[in-house]
Structures are given as structure tokens and as C-alpha cells.
Design a protein around this ligand. Sequence first.
Ligand code: ATP
Ligand code: MG
Ligand code: MG
Length: 386
Amino acid sequence: MDSKVVGILGGGQLGRMLVEAANRLNVKTVILESGKLAPAKQINAVSEHVDGSFTDPAAIRELAKRCDILTVEIEHVDTDTLKAVRKETGIQIHPSPETLEIIKDKYAQKQHLMKYNIPVAECLSVESTAAALAKVGEKFDYPYMLKSKTEAYDGRGNYVVEDKSCIMKALEVLHDRPLYAERWAPFTKELAVMVVRSVKGEIFSYPTVETIQQNNICHIVYAPARISDTKRAEAQIMAGNAIASFSGAGIFGVEMFLLPDGQLLVNEIAPRPHNSGHYTIDACVTSQFEAHIRAITGLPMPKNFTCLSTPNTHAIMLNVLGADKPNGELIMCRRALSIPNASVYLYGKTTRPGRKMGHINIVSESMVDCERRLAYIRGETEESPS
Ligand code: ATP
Ligand code: MG
Ligand code: MG
């Protein structure tokens, strides 16, 4: 479809699903990741991948040599090297290294969003001292959220400061990380919207979904979100506006909080495919992965290509997390395979408790039916859905 070769920094499950989407369009991909068995490399044996880290300048340069376009499946990459490589070779990089640089520092990201009048929880940069944290408590009251500015994912980098007595423990947990504090957001629901931007700058928002996190890890996604149409539309517009403030093409995940008074706040942005968008593979006209490949290679992106497949489409995405007993999570996958309307995706990773091993998409004409199927898959009922 497109003769340009796409290099992906990172070879985890997001890269794996990008490779799948690219394969269908016959777009060639090359992966930069340590180890020969990374999830994205397993399903793409035709390319000579790069064995190395997406934070290693030499490895990034080696990847750039083999590709026409670079993209990422993770934001924690060496953006200085990406900028230098772009200057030296003219290679296209999506989203832009400038966007990645802002987003990978969660405090810089918040400041950027505030500059563009996107509502976010009030936040402050803070020194790693007990006195500084106590001062934040006086300003924000308790609880408040202490976050690492960088290298954060799955809540690793967050600490809830319940009251003054937790300050020493918070410093112990987040020691030697650059910190900022956020005012507590007493949300009633967490929402998310995938947004894709074309090379021409057009913005397309996917439907607003509801995400349920367990231990800070995305666990279940309801698509569309179980809120009013007006609020769903408001969230889509806010997400689109947030992404319009950044440069570069591609897919972005926008996480949001819905507050008790109906106000929406942006929690954070991911400059790549996102766990809350996995439902799009089975429930939307185009998956988030294909949308990304189309966006960065300049392929057509027609109106409505991010919509649910039909006006009645409802979906639930369940993450398959590693069980306490090795491979115990596969029981759930077998149950999903035994019923209609459920699709299983496994990432080819070694099982470990709590690790994201795969996901299951359930698609049906009503949320009640999706929930019935979910209950069966989770072993909450033995009544097998037809
Ligand atoms: P991800 O894997 O999504 O990148 P992360 O490590 O970057 O996660 P955040 O998204 O900042 O972490 O926070 C994880 C979760 O913690 C949120 O989904 C939400 O449930 C909760 N949370 C974050 N910030 C706040 C806040 N200011 N007030 C209340 N809860 C919050
Ligand atoms: Mg994050
Ligand atoms: Mg998050």
C-alpha cells in the first residue's frame, strides 16, 4: 500500500498490534527493542529488527537508517536524539519529538495544557522534602496526589498523600524522582477518548469511553461511556482540542476525569495507541492501530472512520492480567473463546502476576448483553451466553 518503511521505537503489545495493522496494509515495519522475542518482533519475522533500547542514541540512529518514518509505542524515548536524527537526515517523525518531549514529562504536559486553556487538576512542582510536601498539604488539603514527572506508567510514580503522617512514606517511595503534586480530583467516572490527527492536521475523535482502573492499571473499558450523549460529545471535543495543541500526526489517548458537578478535567495524554482504545479493533470502523499507520504514512482518513461500526454497537474490553498462578489467566481466555461475540488477543509475554498479558473484546448490540458475556468469561456465572 505504501512503500515507506515505518520504524517503531518500542516492541511491546502496542507495537505488536501496530505491526498487525501495518501488515494488513502491506506497510513494512522495523522494531527497536531489546531482545529478539519482544511481542512486536514475534509477529514480524520478515524485517531485520534492531536489538537495543529506545533510550540509546546509537540504536535509534541504526533504526533511522533502515526507515523512512519513525514512530513510538512508548513516550519514554530519547527525544534529543530524535531531534538530532531528524535534522541530520530529514526523516519524518510522528508524533513530533517536541510533542513527545512535552508529554513524557507529566508536569510539562500539564503546563502545556493549561497554556491552551484545557482544564486540568491544579498542580505544583515540588521539592523532595518533608517541609515542601507539608506546604502542598496546606494549599491543596488532603488527600492530594504526588506524582513523578517522568518515567511514570501504571501508577508507578504516583503516591496518594492521605494526610500529613504519610509524607515520609511518600518521600521514601518516590525518592530520587522529580516530583509534582496534584490537587485531588474526586471523580465519579474516568473517561478516555482516542484522537487521531492526519499529516494535514485534521482531527478525528473516537467515541468517549469509560475506564475502570484496578491498582492504577486499566482493567475494564465500556464503549461508549455510560453517560449522557451531551457529556460524551463534550469529552470528545475537549480531547480533540487538547490534541490540536500538539504537533505531529498519529493517534493519541486522552484520559479524563468526570467530576460530581459534571465538569471534565484532562488527567493525562498518551502520544501513541492506548489501552483504553483496544476496543476499537472490533467495535469501530477502523482500529486505533490502523488509524495511526494511516495517519503517519499519509494514507486516506475518510470522515467517520473513527466511529463505532454501527449506531447500536456496544463493547467491553477486559484486560487479561497475569494471575497469581502462572498462566492462570488463560482460563478466562478459554471461556471467552467458547462463546460468540468475544475476541481474544494475547501478547506473547511470559506470565507474571499483574502483568498485561492480553485483552478480550466483547462486542454486542447492548451493554447488558456485553455484561452478560463478561460475567461468563470471568466465571461469575456458568450460564453460557448464546
Ligand atoms: P498510565 O498507565 O495511565 O500512564 P500513570 O502512571 O501515568 O498511568 P496517572 O494516569 O497519572 O498514572 O494516574 C493513575 C490513576 O490514579 C488515574 O487513572 C486515577 O485513577 C488516579 N489519579 C491520578 N491523578 C489523580 C488525581 N489528581 N486525583 C485523584 N485520582 C487521581
Ligand atoms: Mg501515564
Ligand atoms: Mg493514566
